[in-house]
Design a protein. Sequence first.
Length: 608
Amino acid sequence: MTSLHPTLAAVTQRIRDRSAPTRRDYLQLVADMASRRPGAERLGCANVAHAFAGLPESDKTRAMPIPVVAQRARNVGIVTAYNDMLSAHAPFASYPALIKDEARRLGATAQVAGGVPAMCDGVTQGTAGMELSLFSRDAIAMGTAVALSHDVFDCALMLGVCDKIVPGLLIGALHFGHLPTVFVPAGPMTSGLSNSAKAKVRERAAQGLVGRDELLQAESQAYHAAGTCTFYGTANSNQMLLEAMGLHVPGTAFVHPGDALRDDLTREAVRTVLADGVPAIGHVVDERCIVNAMAALLATGGSTNHLIHWVAVARAAGIVIDWDDFEALSDVVPLLARVYPNGSADVNQFQAAGGPGYVIRELLDAGLMHGDVLSVRPGGIREYTREPAAGEGGGLAWHDIGATRDDAVARPVSAPFSATGGLKLLTGNLGRSVIKVSAVPEDRHVVEAPARVFDSQDALQKAFDAGELERDVVCVVRWQGPRANGMPELHKLTPPLAVLQGKGFKVALVTDGRMSGASGKVPAAIHVSPEALAGGPLARVRDGDVIRLDATAGTLQVKVDPAQWLARENAQMPDMQAASNGRGMGRELFAGMRRNALAAEEGACTWL
């Protein structure tokens, strides 16, 4: 057996030590909930009758705790993020019927416990709706809790894929940590227009070289069918992390919605969650499991959003992590995958090259993941190093992946794309922030240039359109943190900044907002904490201040005389912007979340 890398052991231990009180309290709550009699036996008759009134009579007989039933059937709670305007979630329409059918075959019952909202950041990028995006995660967690609060379920299936949906479902499920829980994905769409070709059209559109018709045609060719987008953004990073945490049926993440295996894998999820001895999710998700997810994120150059989301996920299980933990792991976990925006391949090519199972095996064999963890499968995390296929006699069979099938997309630990992970912590007199270095050319890892300060992303876009940014520049976009306006993604800024970089200028973005999981080749120091509205240093920056972003040294500094810097007063959010923030598009309903939100490094949680 390969010994665990000492850095992983040390990081895991310091997380365990730091989390001891909160984890102990969490596990006690899980134990208390698990020690109760099943809900249908514990609840009053009227409660039980209400819970099962809508079941078909054959299911009702099995589910009800009545004398004619020798042993009450187990009841599966389904929480679904289905809607049919999101390509990634549209396939879930048929899942409940399939799940119920498989449950009946196994002598169990299943009910759709509830639905949760699922919004698409691709639709809301650059609009007021994006200011609901981050906090939709906590709304989804609350929706999950409402669904499971009927408390008549013996286990649960979570149907969700995309950006905030999986973290929200996971946070909600961990608040019902006594239940065995399996996550059920839908898979990516087939490959359309390549991500790199799409990006080129976007850059040409930003320069006014192509019109709306050509841009819309390109976007529609890229996003063309049911399934997740094919770039390695937050949605697909979610699926990689769930595999590494042992919460999927192994190898489920990137099988297409229309693939013949998809229904079999969904049925296997039902068989998995109903199997004897499946551990409760509160026990599966421990410190080792969280470290495994972090290692998988770093090894694949995954979404920067998870430096917020997985902090919140861990906290839901009583585990406290921070960006220093990610930084320490990034120093020793090599980059094993090149998937757009970290390379030219899409997730379908990543799957063809070996996919999550290949990466997990390489990390386990190198001692860069914990192998002694629980999962929803009896074989533990090693089962996640294999991939599914149709069995000779029907059903499913898993087989070893073998060597990489494309070393331009997936490589072994012995010959990685980079010796370190794809994410980097930046510290300095501008605060703490993160950068996704795996997508940024090495000659752009250090940028030093005068600042141009903007109070909104629209202001930056207008300056670009007016030709005011044709020079070396560090664009500072502030008032974009959780408390200011819900911390929207600023992915709409990628094309204009990429155009400037393509012209040879040294360009960088510094912001207390987020970038998409599709953060591209322009160096971006994001999630700057404390945010400007909370008195963070970005509020002191002035036009012309020289800023140095150094992803090699891990620093973010404004080069202003220290005495002068400390003497400066913080700028205030412009009155007009402050007045308009949080108004319209339902943003008023999220005012309490903005007021209560913790900092990005604390997961931007609104419930602690």
